[in-house]
Design a protein around this ligand. Structure first.
Ligand SMILES: [Zn+2]
Length: 134
């Protein structure tokens, strides 16, 4: 049975944002890395968390629960177009951020990505300030 293997991103490809996190932490802790590098690494990680990290969809379904289908990133929904729209709409409305964020705490994958997203936002801001005030 010579089934061809599908080319899927490997572990590093799938989790590369989480691989960058310790690099950023090391950058801050050691002081050896330039703020520009940390800013770029933080921005990349943030984008990864929002658009690529393996997580659950968590859009509201008709029975009022969060959708449990797999999605890529905190801001994108699962393969259902309706769920994608629902989450995009919430992301663009500041008043809905609390609700959106509350959902991320429901499961490990999403809260790990949410915490990482917050940490990298902070890291990127501090790096940007460090660059601007140098
Ligand atoms: Zn969904």
């Amino acid at each position: 049975m010579g089934r061809k293997r599908k080319r899927k991103p490997g572990f590093i490809g799938r989790y590369f944002g989480y691989v960058l996190l310790p690099v950023i932490v090391y950058g801050w802790a050691s002081g050896n890395m330039s703020a520009a590098f940390i800013l770029i690494a933080s921005s990349l990680t943030l984008l990864y968390m929002l658009f690529a990290a393996p997580s659950w969809c968590m859009a509201t379904t008709r029975d009022g629960n969060g959708c449990r289908r797999n999605s890529s990133g905190l801001l994108l929904g699962c393969s259902l177009r309706e769920h994608k729209w629902q989450k995009m709409k919430m992301a663009f409305r500041a008043s809905k951020w609390g609700e959106l964020f509350g959902r991320f705490w429901g499961n490990t994958a999403n809260s790990a990505a949410a915490v990482s997203a917050m940490a990298t936002t902070l890291s990127a801001l501090v790096a940007a300030v460090a660059l601007a005030t140098r």
